[in-house]
Write a protein that binds this ligand. Structure first.
Ligand code: ASP
Length: 307
């Protein structure tokens, strides 16, 4: 019998259209209260960067579908004694971990690990440096599908530190594949990606230009941890130029929705009254994150050899 390769979720490009459709359909059903069949599998969270939403929602999602979930405390793990990541992964797999949720500061580390590990351990990229964050993209797409315009009518602007953002990279790739009508990015020149990196996405050079006519706006935090301190923008200046405030939002379509993957920095990329206002989807994104991750874990478990 030929063994099929273990299913991983590493990025948007390697997800088949049929898988995207399946994952979004299942997320929507779970958000509506669809029943789940308990899955006798174990998931481990291994986070080499801080996280609140992603780590907790994977843990909750696993529990809600009957999986065992453990979060490894890195400062107490053997990685502090020099163990390589692939040895840590192999050790966890030998103990019966079926699915590894990995966050790592190095871009591409999760893809590299997928080539290093043996079959039978499903790998989920929960954010690799400035690379990809596919579960965030799926939850954002599920949130837009539930609360926002239809894909062809979507006029979405992503604003802020695009250069270092794995959320922007995965999200824009996914929204384009779903048939988004218009996609724009905007931010200070030093925080924009190289132009060839995001085909099909328009670049705006001021906040008003990016907000003009948008029906969904996604604000992003400045990823200070990926820059030299000398490159950190002045907060007040940044807020004046790029912070989303009610006065600027008036240029968008009426009922324009506001998204942010969190953590939000109030008074920097977004004013508190916008973050807490009626157009904000921020907490709905967080809520959808749990349903999305339930769907992803079910899908990954479905690609594992029979237990
Ligand atoms: N939570 C998101 C991420 O891990 C966004 C951010 O940190 O700004 O990429």
């Amino acid at each position: 019998m030929v063994e099929l390769p273990t299913r991983h979720l590493l990025d948007i490009a390697s997800l088949a259209d049929s898988s995207i459709e399946k994952l979004l359909r299942r997320t929507a059903a779970l958000a509506e209260g669809a029943a789940v069949t308990p899955i006798d599998r174990t998931v481990a969270n291994l986070f080499f960067e801080p996280s609140t939403r992603t780590r907790v929602s994977f843990e909750l999602a696993a529990q809600r579908i009957g999986m065992r979930a453990i979060s490894i405390e890195l400062d107490r793990s053997s990685s502090t004694k020099g163990e390589t990541l692939s040895d840590t992964a192999a050790t966890l797999a030998a103990m019966g971990v079926d699915c590894l949720v990995l966050r790592h500061p190095e871009t591409g580390r999760c893809h590299a690990l997928a080539g290093e590990i043996g079959p039978g351990l499903a790998l989920l990229n929960a954010g690799d440096g400035s690379g990809e964050h596919p579960s965030q993209a799926l939850l954002d797409a599920a949130t837009i599908a539930r609360h926002g315009p239809d894909w062809p009518d979507l006029n979405l602007s992503v604003i802020g530190d695009i250069r270092h953002s794995r959320v922007a990279r995965s999200g824009l790739a996914l929204f384009r594949r779903l048939g988004a009508g218009r996609l724009r990015i905007a931010g200070p020149p030093e925080l924009l990606p190289d132009s060839a990196e995001l085909p099909g996405v328009e670049v705006c050079h001021s906040l008003p230009e990016a907000v003009d006519g948008a029906n969904v706006i996604m604000m992003l935090r400045i990823q200070r941890e990926r820059m030299d301190k000398a490159g950190w923008p002045d907060v007040e200046r940044y807020h004046a130029d790029w912070g989303l405030r009610e006065t600027v939002l008036a240029r968008a379509r009426p009922n324009c929705l506001v998204m942010h993957p969190g953590p939000i920095n109030r008074g920097v990329e977004i004013a508190a009254d916008v973050a807490d206002g009626p157009r904000s989807l921020i907490l709905r994104q967080v809520r959808m994150g749990v349903f999305t991750r339930m769907a992803i874990l079910e899908w990954l478990a479905g690609g594992l050899p029979a237990s």
